[in-house]
Design a protein around this ligand. Structure first.
Ligand code: NAD
Ligand code: MG
Length: 343
């Protein structure tokens, strides 16, 4: 069983004495900067010159500096830029401003695990990875809760790296929910696998395949949307609150028998073999190499696949149905707003 840290295990002075630069003001960046500030930490935000986020971060009451100036000012540098952009920003703006005893921090192990960034020996290298999207990291903190965090230490130059990572996680609100120690390798590999096989890749393809099967069989698309996508939230909420057993207790016996007898036929040995192959591609570095090359060469595949996703008929049906249920996404950031608003 994992060792889990809570508020009482945290030495807050490990971060109270430090100056923290949060580089980037996207999904994670805005949440880290605002939560840390409200937890009493001395924080500034580092952004590209001309970034559209300068105004947003300033309006939120945060000090904004250039990436290089923020890195020079701080002794804890949290890199919250897209994984594919971190290495070049590290070379140009961060590395020249690193001093012995500084801490270089990440929210995902990608660049360290796959050797895209190699920090000098005299700095701490830590990870604080909230197990949830940035907007939830912010919202749950404001509500008095927190998102569970993983912490890891790749390099402990000062001898205080673990204490610092734990105090940083507590500043995000993570110690209210629980902080678990891991390694860059374990976090990175399990995170990539989870998003590819279950959370993003597995679930989107499961939903679309089931929707297509029903629509092609002649059922009304609106019914198929409610059945295969909308209701998923209700089931996932039950699993989130009570586990798989609790969900099975709440659904009808007919639904439960269908689950028990048909589930293993959908996710069969062939699917499990594919999962193992996908894990092998992550562990070997093949996925990371593919993604970095794709991103550096202009993201042609990424853009084509994303556009094809938007064209799928489930998106049109879903958009029309959700327009009739405005309470569903009340107060949430829309796709249109989000894609224009994080520069
Ligand atoms: P994001 O895309 O939401 O935000 C990235 C920020 O970097 C934006 O402010 C953007 O303007 C800026 N930026 C983009 N390219 C840049 C460049 N070349 N130079 C300087 N600034 C640039 O990113 P994110 O989703 O917050 O991810 C940041 C890190 O957090 C990643 O390592 C990611 O894996 C990790 N993470 C993200 C989530 C999440 O909820 N999205 C969850 C856990 C961990
Ligand atoms: Mg993840």
């Amino acid at each position: 069983m994992a060792n889990i840290f809570y508020e009482n295990d945290v030495n807050r002075s490990a971060i109270a004495d430090r100056k923290v630069a949060v580089l980037g003001y996207g999904s994670q960046g805005h949440a880290h900067a605002l939560n840390l500030k409200e937890s009493g930490v001395d924080v500034c935000v580092g952004l590209r010159d001309g970034s559209g986020s300068v105004a947003k971060a300033s309006e939120a009451g945060l000090t904004v500096k250039s990436l290089a100036d923020a890195s020079a000012w701080a002794d804890v540098i949290m890199v919250l830029l897209p994984d594919t952009e971190q290495a070049s920003v590290y070379e140009e703006q961060i590395a020249p401003n690193l001093e012995a005893g500084d801490a270089l921090a990440f929210a995902h192990g990608f660049n360290i695990r796959f050797d895209l960034i190699t920090p000098p020996d005299d700095v701490d290298v830590i990870m604080v990875a909230p197990k949830g999207p940035g907007h939830l990291v912010r919202r749950t903190y404001v509500e008095g809760g927190g998102v569970p965090c993983l912490i890891a230490v790749e390099q402990d130059a000062t001898g205080g790296a673990t204490e610092l990572a734990l105090a940083y996680a507590a500043g995000l609100g993570g110690a209210r929910a629980g902080v678990i120690e891991t390694t860059f390798t374990e976090e990175c590999e399990t995170d990539l696998f989870g998003e590819q096989v279950v959370l993003c890749g597995g679930v989107t393809e499961l939903v679309r395949s089931a929707f297509d099967t029903l629509v092609d069989a002649g059922y009304q698309p609106e019914i198929c949307y409610f059945e295969c996508l909308h209701e998923l939230k209700l089931i996932v909420d039950l699993m989130y609150e009570q586990g798989i057993g609790g969900m099975r207790f709440s659904v009808s016996d007919t639904a439960e028998y269908g689950d028990l007898s048909r589930g293993p036929r959908v996710i069969d040995d062939h699917v499990r073999e594919t999962m193992k192959t996908i894990l092998d591609e992550i562990q070997s570095g093949a996925f990371a190499a593919e993604w970095v090359a794709e991103s550096r060469s202009g993201r042609e595949n990424f853009n084509r696949l994303e556009a094809a996703g938007h064209e799928h008929r489930i998106e049109k049906v879903g958009s029309d149905l959700r327009d009739m249920m405005p309470w569903i996404n009340a107060g949430r950031v829309s796709v249109q707003e989000a894609s224009g608003g994080q520069g």
